[in-house]
Design a protein around this ligand. Structure first.
Ligand SMILES: *Cc1c(COP(=O)(O)O)cnc(C)c1O
Length: 415
Protein backbone atom coordinates (compact mmCIF):
# COMPACT_ATOMS: atom_id res chain seq x y z
CA UNK A 1 0.00 0.00 0.00
CA UNK A 2 1.30 3.42 -0.91
CA UNK A 3 2.15 5.93 1.82
CA UNK A 4 -0.58 8.15 3.19
CA UNK A 5 -0.34 11.56 1.52
CA UNK A 6 0.15 14.46 3.92
CA UNK A 7 -1.65 17.78 3.71
CA UNK A 8 1.06 19.34 1.53
CA UNK A 9 0.74 16.50 -0.97
CA UNK A 10 -3.04 16.90 -0.95
CA UNK A 11 -2.83 20.62 -1.60
CA UNK A 12 -0.52 19.87 -4.51
CA UNK A 13 -3.21 17.56 -5.93
CA UNK A 14 -5.70 20.44 -5.79
CA UNK A 15 -3.24 22.81 -7.43
CA UNK A 16 -2.81 20.36 -10.33
CA UNK A 17 -6.55 19.64 -10.70
CA UNK A 18 -7.76 20.57 -14.24
CA UNK A 19 -11.33 20.95 -12.92
CA UNK A 20 -10.30 23.24 -10.09
CA UNK A 21 -11.92 26.39 -11.52
CA UNK A 22 -15.34 24.70 -11.75
CA UNK A 23 -15.88 25.10 -8.03
CA UNK A 24 -16.28 28.88 -8.46
CA UNK A 25 -19.41 28.30 -10.51
CA UNK A 26 -21.18 26.82 -7.50
CA UNK A 27 -22.59 28.41 -4.37
CA UNK A 28 -21.51 26.44 -1.34
CA UNK A 29 -22.11 27.55 2.24
CA UNK A 30 -19.05 28.46 4.29
CA UNK A 31 -17.88 25.84 6.73
CA UNK A 32 -19.57 22.99 4.87
CA UNK A 33 -17.91 20.05 3.16
CA UNK A 34 -20.58 18.81 0.81
CA UNK A 35 -20.40 15.09 0.14
CA UNK A 36 -24.03 14.60 -0.80
CA UNK A 37 -24.14 15.81 -4.39
CA UNK A 38 -25.22 12.25 -5.24
CA UNK A 39 -28.53 13.02 -3.51
CA UNK A 40 -29.02 16.74 -4.16
CA UNK A 41 -26.46 18.59 -6.25
CA UNK A 42 -25.28 22.07 -5.24
CA UNK A 43 -26.73 25.34 -6.51
CA UNK A 44 -24.86 27.35 -9.13
CA UNK A 45 -24.84 30.94 -10.35
CA UNK A 46 -25.90 29.77 -13.81
CA UNK A 47 -29.05 28.15 -12.39
CA UNK A 48 -30.13 31.34 -10.67
CA UNK A 49 -29.38 33.42 -13.77
CA UNK A 50 -31.59 31.21 -15.93
CA UNK A 51 -34.36 31.17 -13.34
CA UNK A 52 -34.23 34.93 -13.11
CA UNK A 53 -34.43 35.33 -16.87
CA UNK A 54 -37.21 32.78 -17.34
CA UNK A 55 -39.33 34.32 -14.59
CA UNK A 56 -38.81 38.08 -14.64
CA UNK A 57 -38.35 38.54 -18.38
CA UNK A 58 -40.03 35.67 -20.16
CA UNK A 59 -42.93 34.88 -17.87
CA UNK A 60 -43.59 38.32 -16.45
CA UNK A 61 -43.12 40.29 -19.67
CA UNK A 62 -43.72 37.90 -22.54
CA UNK A 63 -46.51 35.94 -20.82
CA UNK A 64 -48.19 33.31 -23.03
CA UNK A 65 -46.10 34.42 -26.00
CA UNK A 66 -43.02 32.95 -24.34
CA UNK A 67 -44.11 29.43 -25.32
CA UNK A 68 -43.06 30.46 -28.83
CA UNK A 69 -40.73 33.41 -28.39
CA UNK A 70 -38.58 31.85 -25.65
CA UNK A 71 -38.77 28.32 -27.02
CA UNK A 72 -40.55 26.98 -23.93
CA UNK A 73 -42.51 24.39 -25.88
CA UNK A 74 -39.35 22.78 -27.24
CA UNK A 75 -37.46 22.85 -23.95
CA UNK A 76 -37.92 19.12 -23.20
CA UNK A 77 -36.13 18.16 -26.41
CA UNK A 78 -33.57 20.98 -26.59
CA UNK A 79 -32.51 20.13 -23.04
CA UNK A 80 -32.72 16.45 -23.92
CA UNK A 81 -30.17 16.88 -26.70
CA UNK A 82 -27.93 18.95 -24.44
CA UNK A 83 -28.08 16.27 -21.74
CA UNK A 84 -27.71 13.54 -24.35
CA UNK A 85 -24.17 14.68 -24.99
CA UNK A 86 -23.27 13.69 -21.42
CA UNK A 87 -24.70 10.19 -21.73
CA UNK A 88 -23.45 9.29 -25.18
CA UNK A 89 -26.79 9.81 -26.93
CA UNK A 90 -26.90 11.35 -30.40
CA UNK A 91 -29.56 14.04 -30.89
CA UNK A 92 -33.24 13.14 -31.04
CA UNK A 93 -33.20 10.29 -28.52
CA UNK A 94 -33.38 12.07 -25.15
CA UNK A 95 -36.23 14.06 -23.65
CA UNK A 96 -36.33 15.85 -20.29
CA UNK A 97 -39.65 15.42 -18.48
CA UNK A 98 -41.52 14.33 -15.35
CA UNK A 99 -39.78 12.36 -12.58
CA UNK A 100 -37.59 9.29 -12.72
CA UNK A 101 -40.34 7.21 -11.11
CA UNK A 102 -42.90 8.25 -13.74
CA UNK A 103 -40.38 7.77 -16.53
CA UNK A 104 -39.58 4.26 -15.32
CA UNK A 105 -43.27 3.48 -15.56
CA UNK A 106 -43.58 4.86 -19.08
CA UNK A 107 -40.44 3.19 -20.41
CA UNK A 108 -40.87 -0.16 -18.70
CA UNK A 109 -44.49 -0.41 -19.80
CA UNK A 110 -43.48 0.51 -23.34
CA UNK A 111 -40.68 -2.06 -23.41
CA UNK A 112 -42.92 -4.82 -22.06
CA UNK A 113 -45.46 -4.04 -24.77
CA UNK A 114 -42.73 -4.50 -27.39
CA UNK A 115 -42.38 -8.15 -26.31
CA UNK A 116 -46.04 -9.30 -26.20
CA UNK A 117 -45.11 -13.00 -26.17
CA UNK A 118 -42.86 -12.69 -23.10
CA UNK A 119 -43.86 -12.11 -19.50
CA UNK A 120 -40.76 -11.65 -17.34
CA UNK A 121 -39.32 -8.38 -16.03
CA UNK A 122 -35.86 -8.74 -14.47
CA UNK A 123 -34.65 -6.25 -11.87
CA UNK A 124 -32.33 -6.06 -8.87
CA UNK A 125 -33.57 -6.96 -5.40
CA UNK A 126 -31.38 -4.22 -3.94
CA UNK A 127 -32.42 -1.67 -6.53
CA UNK A 128 -33.40 1.79 -5.42
CA UNK A 129 -36.90 0.97 -4.13
CA UNK A 130 -38.94 3.22 -6.44
CA UNK A 131 -37.63 1.30 -9.45
CA UNK A 132 -39.07 -1.89 -7.98
CA UNK A 133 -42.30 -0.25 -6.91
CA UNK A 134 -42.85 1.07 -10.42
CA UNK A 135 -41.93 -2.33 -11.90
CA UNK A 136 -44.61 -3.89 -9.67
CA UNK A 137 -47.06 -1.32 -11.00
CA UNK A 138 -46.19 -2.13 -14.60
CA UNK A 139 -46.37 -5.89 -13.97
CA UNK A 140 -49.86 -5.48 -12.50
CA UNK A 141 -51.13 -4.09 -15.83
CA UNK A 142 -50.21 -7.22 -17.79
CA UNK A 143 -51.90 -10.52 -16.78
CA UNK A 144 -49.24 -13.19 -16.19
CA UNK A 145 -46.33 -10.77 -15.94
CA UNK A 146 -43.76 -11.70 -13.29
CA UNK A 147 -40.79 -9.98 -11.68
CA UNK A 148 -37.53 -11.89 -11.32
CA UNK A 149 -35.14 -10.31 -8.86
CA UNK A 150 -31.40 -10.53 -8.51
CA UNK A 151 -30.48 -11.45 -4.95
CA UNK A 152 -33.89 -13.14 -4.48
CA UNK A 153 -34.42 -15.51 -7.40
CA UNK A 154 -30.71 -15.93 -8.21
CA UNK A 155 -27.48 -14.40 -6.92
CA UNK A 156 -26.55 -12.63 -10.16
CA UNK A 157 -28.64 -10.88 -12.76
CA UNK A 158 -26.99 -12.81 -15.59
CA UNK A 159 -28.50 -16.06 -14.26
CA UNK A 160 -32.00 -14.59 -14.55
CA UNK A 161 -31.75 -13.78 -18.24
CA UNK A 162 -33.35 -16.25 -20.65
CA UNK A 163 -35.79 -16.40 -23.59
CA UNK A 164 -38.81 -15.63 -21.38
CA UNK A 165 -37.45 -12.24 -20.38
CA UNK A 166 -39.10 -9.24 -22.02
CA UNK A 167 -37.16 -6.48 -20.32
CA UNK A 168 -34.38 -5.92 -17.80
CA UNK A 169 -34.44 -2.83 -15.57
CA UNK A 170 -31.02 -2.23 -14.07
CA UNK A 171 -29.14 0.50 -12.23
CA UNK A 172 -25.88 1.55 -13.83
CA UNK A 173 -24.54 2.34 -10.34
CA UNK A 174 -26.08 0.89 -7.20
CA UNK A 175 -27.30 3.70 -4.98
CA UNK A 176 -26.01 2.08 -1.80
CA UNK A 177 -22.78 0.28 -2.60
CA UNK A 178 -21.77 2.45 -5.56
CA UNK A 179 -21.04 -0.66 -7.68
CA UNK A 180 -20.84 0.13 -11.41
CA UNK A 181 -22.29 -2.36 -13.91
CA UNK A 182 -20.71 -3.18 -17.25
CA UNK A 183 -23.22 -1.58 -19.62
CA UNK A 184 -21.79 -3.06 -22.80
CA UNK A 185 -21.66 -6.64 -21.52
CA UNK A 186 -25.10 -6.70 -19.88
CA UNK A 187 -26.77 -5.02 -22.85
CA UNK A 188 -25.20 -7.61 -25.14
CA UNK A 189 -26.40 -10.44 -22.88
CA UNK A 190 -29.96 -9.03 -22.94
CA UNK A 191 -29.96 -8.80 -26.71
CA UNK A 192 -28.60 -12.35 -27.09
CA UNK A 193 -31.88 -13.68 -25.69
CA UNK A 194 -34.04 -11.11 -27.48
CA UNK A 195 -34.76 -9.05 -24.35
CA UNK A 196 -34.76 -5.27 -24.05
CA UNK A 197 -32.82 -3.35 -21.41
CA UNK A 198 -33.61 -0.15 -19.49
CA UNK A 199 -30.66 1.53 -17.76
CA UNK A 200 -31.30 3.69 -14.70
CA UNK A 201 -28.61 6.39 -14.81
CA UNK A 202 -29.58 8.27 -11.62
CA UNK A 203 -26.11 7.72 -10.16
CA UNK A 204 -24.10 7.98 -13.36
CA UNK A 205 -25.46 10.94 -15.36
CA UNK A 206 -22.94 13.68 -14.55
CA UNK A 207 -20.89 11.33 -12.38
CA UNK A 208 -18.92 9.56 -15.11
CA UNK A 209 -18.87 9.18 -18.91
CA UNK A 210 -21.83 7.13 -20.17
CA UNK A 211 -22.01 5.77 -23.72
CA UNK A 212 -25.60 4.70 -24.39
CA UNK A 213 -25.39 4.65 -28.19
CA UNK A 214 -22.07 2.86 -28.20
CA UNK A 215 -23.38 0.24 -25.75
CA UNK A 216 -26.40 -0.26 -28.02
CA UNK A 217 -28.74 0.36 -25.06
CA UNK A 218 -32.49 0.28 -25.71
CA UNK A 219 -33.78 2.73 -23.11
CA UNK A 220 -32.54 4.74 -20.16
CA UNK A 221 -33.96 6.98 -17.46
CA UNK A 222 -32.32 9.17 -14.87
CA UNK A 223 -32.64 12.20 -12.70
CA UNK A 224 -31.03 15.62 -12.94
CA UNK A 225 -31.02 16.82 -9.34
CA UNK A 226 -28.11 14.61 -8.25
CA UNK A 227 -24.78 14.92 -10.11
CA UNK A 228 -26.29 17.23 -12.75
CA UNK A 229 -27.19 19.88 -10.13
CA UNK A 230 -30.57 20.84 -11.61
CA UNK A 231 -32.16 21.65 -8.25
CA UNK A 232 -34.60 19.93 -5.87
CA UNK A 233 -37.19 17.98 -7.86
CA UNK A 234 -35.62 18.99 -11.20
CA UNK A 235 -37.22 17.14 -14.14
CA UNK A 236 -35.85 13.74 -15.08
CA UNK A 237 -35.07 12.30 -18.52
CA UNK A 238 -35.76 9.43 -20.88
CA UNK A 239 -33.52 8.01 -23.58
CA UNK A 240 -34.94 5.75 -26.29
CA UNK A 241 -32.70 4.41 -29.05
CA UNK A 242 -33.60 5.78 -32.45
CA UNK A 243 -34.33 2.28 -33.80
CA UNK A 244 -37.28 1.96 -31.37
CA UNK A 245 -38.83 5.40 -31.82
CA UNK A 246 -41.28 4.50 -34.59
CA UNK A 247 -42.84 1.49 -32.84
CA UNK A 248 -42.62 2.28 -29.12
CA UNK A 249 -45.88 3.18 -27.34
CA UNK A 250 -45.90 4.60 -23.84
CA UNK A 251 -49.02 4.32 -21.68
CA UNK A 252 -49.47 7.92 -20.45
CA UNK A 253 -50.97 9.19 -23.69
CA UNK A 254 -51.31 12.87 -22.86
CA UNK A 255 -51.58 15.77 -25.24
CA UNK A 256 -47.90 16.77 -25.12
CA UNK A 257 -47.04 13.39 -26.64
CA UNK A 258 -49.64 13.77 -29.40
CA UNK A 259 -48.55 14.23 -33.00
CA UNK A 260 -50.55 17.48 -33.26
CA UNK A 261 -51.24 18.83 -29.76
CA UNK A 262 -52.69 22.09 -31.01
CA UNK A 263 -55.05 20.51 -33.53
CA UNK A 264 -57.17 19.49 -30.49
CA UNK A 265 -58.25 16.26 -32.17
CA UNK A 266 -60.47 13.73 -30.43
CA UNK A 267 -58.28 10.61 -30.73
CA UNK A 268 -54.72 10.05 -29.53
CA UNK A 269 -52.07 9.80 -32.23
CA UNK A 270 -48.53 9.34 -30.87
CA UNK A 271 -46.13 12.05 -31.93
CA UNK A 272 -43.07 11.32 -33.98
CA UNK A 273 -39.72 10.89 -32.31
CA UNK A 274 -38.77 11.13 -28.67
CA UNK A 275 -41.54 13.69 -27.94
CA UNK A 276 -43.98 10.80 -27.77
CA UNK A 277 -42.66 10.10 -24.27
CA UNK A 278 -44.14 13.37 -23.03
CA UNK A 279 -47.47 13.42 -21.25
CA UNK A 280 -48.63 16.87 -20.11
CA UNK A 281 -47.36 20.42 -19.56
CA UNK A 282 -43.84 20.49 -18.19
CA UNK A 283 -42.48 22.65 -15.33
CA UNK A 284 -40.78 25.32 -17.41
CA UNK A 285 -39.14 27.19 -14.52
CA UNK A 286 -37.56 23.96 -13.26
CA UNK A 287 -36.53 23.14 -16.80
CA UNK A 288 -34.84 26.50 -17.17
CA UNK A 289 -33.00 26.04 -13.89
CA UNK A 290 -31.78 22.77 -15.31
CA UNK A 291 -30.63 24.52 -18.47
CA UNK A 292 -28.36 26.71 -16.35
CA UNK A 293 -26.97 23.61 -14.65
CA UNK A 294 -26.40 21.81 -17.96
CA UNK A 295 -24.65 24.79 -19.55
CA UNK A 296 -21.82 24.30 -17.04
CA UNK A 297 -21.18 20.86 -18.52
CA UNK A 298 -20.39 22.33 -21.94
CA UNK A 299 -16.95 23.12 -20.49
CA UNK A 300 -16.31 19.81 -18.73
CA UNK A 301 -14.00 17.11 -20.06
CA UNK A 302 -15.71 13.87 -18.98
CA UNK A 303 -12.45 11.90 -19.03
CA UNK A 304 -10.91 14.41 -16.60
CA UNK A 305 -14.08 14.19 -14.49
CA UNK A 306 -13.81 10.41 -14.23
CA UNK A 307 -10.11 10.57 -13.42
CA UNK A 308 -10.73 13.01 -10.58
CA UNK A 309 -13.72 11.03 -9.32
CA UNK A 310 -11.62 7.89 -8.97
CA UNK A 311 -8.78 9.84 -7.35
CA UNK A 312 -11.12 11.47 -4.80
CA UNK A 313 -12.82 8.21 -3.87
CA UNK A 314 -9.53 6.28 -3.73
CA UNK A 315 -8.08 8.96 -1.45
CA UNK A 316 -11.11 8.87 0.83
CA UNK A 317 -10.92 5.09 1.20
CA UNK A 318 -7.18 5.22 1.84
CA UNK A 319 -7.44 7.96 4.49
CA UNK A 320 -10.47 6.46 6.26
CA UNK A 321 -8.86 3.04 6.48
CA UNK A 322 -5.59 4.52 7.74
CA UNK A 323 -7.11 6.86 10.32
CA UNK A 324 -10.45 5.33 11.30
CA UNK A 325 -9.70 1.64 10.84
CA UNK A 326 -10.06 0.83 14.52
CA UNK A 327 -13.55 2.27 14.94
CA UNK A 328 -15.91 -0.30 13.47
CA UNK A 329 -16.16 0.90 9.88
CA UNK A 330 -16.35 -1.64 7.06
CA UNK A 331 -15.93 -0.64 3.43
CA UNK A 332 -19.13 -1.46 1.53
CA UNK A 333 -18.01 -0.14 -1.85
CA UNK A 334 -15.58 -1.98 -4.04
CA UNK A 335 -11.92 -1.06 -3.81
CA UNK A 336 -11.64 -1.25 -7.59
CA UNK A 337 -12.08 2.33 -8.83
CA UNK A 338 -12.99 1.17 -12.33
CA UNK A 339 -16.06 -0.64 -10.96
CA UNK A 340 -17.17 2.15 -8.62
CA UNK A 341 -19.39 5.18 -9.20
CA UNK A 342 -18.50 8.55 -7.69
CA UNK A 343 -19.40 7.56 -4.14
CA UNK A 344 -17.98 5.59 -1.23
CA UNK A 345 -20.07 3.74 1.34
CA UNK A 346 -19.04 2.35 4.68
CA UNK A 347 -21.04 0.20 7.08
CA UNK A 348 -21.21 1.10 10.75
CA UNK A 349 -23.52 -0.39 13.42
CA UNK A 350 -24.47 3.12 14.50
CA UNK A 351 -24.26 4.65 11.04
CA UNK A 352 -27.25 6.93 11.51
CA UNK A 353 -25.79 8.58 14.61
CA UNK A 354 -22.32 8.83 13.07
CA UNK A 355 -23.77 10.61 10.02
CA UNK A 356 -25.86 12.96 12.16
CA UNK A 357 -22.71 13.86 14.12
CA UNK A 358 -20.81 14.48 10.88
CA UNK A 359 -23.54 16.75 9.55
CA UNK A 360 -23.55 18.61 12.85
CA UNK A 361 -19.87 19.34 12.23
CA UNK A 362 -20.49 20.51 8.65
CA UNK A 363 -19.52 17.31 6.81
CA UNK A 364 -22.65 16.44 4.86
CA UNK A 365 -23.11 12.92 3.56
CA UNK A 366 -26.11 10.69 4.10
CA UNK A 367 -27.35 7.49 5.67
CA UNK A 368 -29.14 4.59 3.99
CA UNK A 369 -30.83 2.03 6.22
CA UNK A 370 -29.93 -0.24 7.82
CA UNK A 371 -26.28 0.76 8.33
CA UNK A 372 -24.73 2.49 5.32
CA UNK A 373 -23.02 5.86 5.62
CA UNK A 374 -22.66 7.23 2.12
CA UNK A 375 -20.34 9.90 0.77
CA UNK A 376 -20.77 11.33 -2.72
CA UNK A 377 -17.85 13.01 -4.47
CA UNK A 378 -18.87 15.50 -7.12
CA UNK A 379 -15.68 16.24 -9.04
CA UNK A 380 -16.92 19.67 -10.13
CA UNK A 381 -16.89 21.13 -6.64
CA UNK A 382 -15.25 18.70 -4.20
CA UNK A 383 -11.54 19.20 -3.59
CA UNK A 384 -8.89 16.81 -2.32
CA UNK A 385 -8.59 19.05 0.70
CA UNK A 386 -12.31 18.51 1.39
CA UNK A 387 -11.62 14.78 1.46
CA UNK A 388 -8.77 15.24 3.91
CA UNK A 389 -10.84 17.52 6.15
CA UNK A 390 -13.86 15.19 6.11
CA UNK A 391 -11.71 12.28 7.29
CA UNK A 392 -10.20 14.42 10.06
CA UNK A 393 -13.72 15.16 11.35
CA UNK A 394 -14.85 11.54 10.96
CA UNK A 395 -11.81 10.32 12.90
CA UNK A 396 -12.50 12.78 15.70
CA UNK A 397 -16.17 11.82 15.96
CA UNK A 398 -15.35 8.12 16.10
CA UNK A 399 -12.36 8.42 18.46
CA UNK A 400 -14.14 10.66 20.96
CA UNK A 401 -17.50 8.90 20.65
CA UNK A 402 -19.13 12.26 19.92
CA UNK A 403 -21.76 10.40 17.87
CA UNK A 404 -23.19 8.93 21.10
CA UNK A 405 -24.82 12.26 21.97
CA UNK A 406 -28.55 11.44 22.37
CA UNK A 407 -29.58 14.27 20.07
CA UNK A 408 -28.14 12.28 17.13
CA UNK A 409 -30.36 9.25 17.81
CA UNK A 410 -33.75 10.78 16.97
CA UNK A 411 -34.73 9.94 13.39
CA UNK A 412 -35.50 12.76 10.98
CA UNK A 413 -38.01 12.36 8.14
CA UNK A 414 -35.44 12.60 5.35
CA UNK A 415 -32.11 10.82 5.78
C1 LIG B 1 -32.75 9.16 -6.89
C2 LIG B 1 -33.29 7.94 -7.59
C3 LIG B 1 -34.61 7.88 -8.03
C4 LIG B 1 -35.53 9.03 -7.72
O1 LIG B 1 -36.78 8.93 -8.30
P1 LIG B 1 -37.74 10.19 -8.22
O2 LIG B 1 -38.90 9.82 -9.03
O3 LIG B 1 -36.98 11.38 -8.72
O4 LIG B 1 -38.10 10.44 -6.79
C5 LIG B 1 -35.01 6.75 -8.73
N1 LIG B 1 -34.17 5.73 -8.96
C6 LIG B 1 -32.89 5.76 -8.54
C7 LIG B 1 -31.98 4.62 -8.83
C8 LIG B 1 -32.41 6.84 -7.83
O5 LIG B 1 -31.16 6.87 -7.38
Amino acid sequence: MSAIPDLAAIEAMDAADPLRSMRDRFILPKGVIYLDGNSLGAASHAVFDELQKASTQEWAQDLIRAWNTAGWFDTPTTLGDQLGRLIGAAAGQTVVCDTTSINIYKVLHAALAMRPDRSVIVAEGDSFPTDLYMAEGVASTRPGAVLRLEGVDAPSIEELIDERVAVILVNHVNYKSGELRDMVALTRRAHEVGALIVWDLCHTAGALPVELDRANADFAVGCTYKYLNGGPGAPAFIYAAKRHLAEVRQPLSGWWGHARPFAFERGYVAGTGIRRFLCGTQPILSMRALKGALDIWDDVDMAALRKKSIALTDLFIQLVEAKCGAFGLTLESTRDGSRRGSQVSFLHDHGYQVMRALIDRGVIGDFRAPSTIRFGFTPLYVSYRDVWQAVEVLEDILRTGAWKDPRFATKEAVT
